[in-house]
Design a protein around this ligand. Structure first.
Ligand code: NAP
Length: 307
């Protein structure tokens, strides 16, 4: 007999985790965030589960920052497969892990947890997801690019490490708090000791968040990546105005929204190629699915679910 589908909530809370009640299909995966209502992960992962005939569902958990430790303790005791972490938990969760892959330690942020025998192991799929997204959007590999990244938070750290590991030609980090960008650059210096020579500009560099600095760098980079939330809120301006952009650059905005982000609009106005973060969301999610189920994710099904 076909099992009856239960009515499920749009977002569960810590109180729900404490008094956990099974629904149909059973919830075995989810995303923890605050806010979390906007997350597209449930529609993407549920489409994949359905396609693969896996009888479980993925849902949202609205967990406040001071509830994270408690929420993860509850999840350890339930029969979950794993969870994703989003804003603001990616950095805070690192200290609550039982184990982690090497790049979680290096990045200091985690976006995928896998539960095995009551232990939580952390992974970070943002960097690899970004790399696949860039290849898909612009038909080019990071190793062939001079990259300027805006931001030095969790996403920027994952992306910068990926650029470094793939031996990109050049990496420039621009951050509002300059010292944070400098610290990130310093942490990657040993990965940039190779012999690539580019003329007068350094291969790895932190720059201040200033128009003049942007203007100089645009002439010396191929890819500009926004890894800040600038553009997320209505009324936000582009972090780099159109007049500073140029047709030779590719622009990747990690923000995903239905409408063009201000940076994507500025890039198009400048005659540059641009993409938003939907493809990164897709690929980091597909990599998470593969960690949880140890088989290939149905990429096209997932892509269709978020478009
Ligand atoms: P985070 O850790 O909070 O870092 C935010 C960064 O943005 C910091 O470097 C911060 O600079 C900078 N910033 C914040 N407000 C700014 C402003 N008004 N002007 C200039 N810089 C500003 O956040 P995160 O987790 O890295 O996320 C950053 C963005 O990446 C978010 O928009 C998120 O949507 C996106 N993201 C997308 C995906 C995807 O799959 N597409 C995955 C992960 C993240 P300071 O150091 O000076 O504070």
């Amino acid at each position: 007999m076909k099992k009856k589908r239960s009515v499920t909530k749009t977002a569960y809370t810590l109180a729900d985790l404490k008094g956990w009640r099974e629904v149909q299909p059973p919830i075995r995966l989810g995303v923890l965030g605050d806010p979390v209502a906007h997350s597209l992960s449930p529609q993407m992962q549920n489409a994949a589960l359905k396609h693969c005939k896996i009888d479980m569902q993925y849902t949202r958990f609205h967990i406040l920052p001071d509830e994270l430790r408690d929420a993860l303790d509850r999840i350890r005791k339930l029969v979950f497969i794993g969870v994703n972490l989003t804003i603001p938990h990616k950095i805070a969760a690192v200290e609550f892990l039982d184990s982690a892959e090497e790049n979680v330690k290096k990045i200091g942020a985690v976006n995928v947890l896998n539960l095995e025998s009551g232990k939580l192991r952390g992974f970070n799929t943002d960097g690899r997801g970004f790399s696949r997204a860039v290849r898909e959007e612009f038909s080019v590999d990071l190793r062939d690019l001079r990259v300027m990244i805006l931001g030095a938070g969790g996403a920027a750290r994952a992306i910068s490490l990926q650029c470094a590991k793939e031996n990109c030609e050049r990496l420039v980090i621009a951050n509002g708090t300059f010292e944070k960008g400098q610290k990130l650059a310093d942490s990657l210096r040993d990965l940039f000791s190779g012999p690539r020579v580019l003329g007068p500009v350094p291969r790895l560099q932190a720059i201040p968040w200033e128009e003049r600095a942007f203007q100089f760098q645009i002439a010396n980079v191929d890819l500009v990546v926004n890894a800040t939330p600038v553009g997320l809120n209505r009324g936000d301006l582009s972090p780099i105005p159109a007049r500073l952009l140029a047709p030779h650059v590719m622009v990747y905005d990690t923000i995903y929204s239905e409408k063009r982000t201000p940076l994507v609009s500025a890039a198009i106005e400048a005659g540059a190629r641009a993409a938003n973060g939907l493809s990164m969301l897709l690929h980091q999610g597909a990599l998470a699915f593969e960690i949880w189920f140890k088989h290939e994710a149905p990429l096209e099904v997932m892509r269709k679910a978020i478009r």
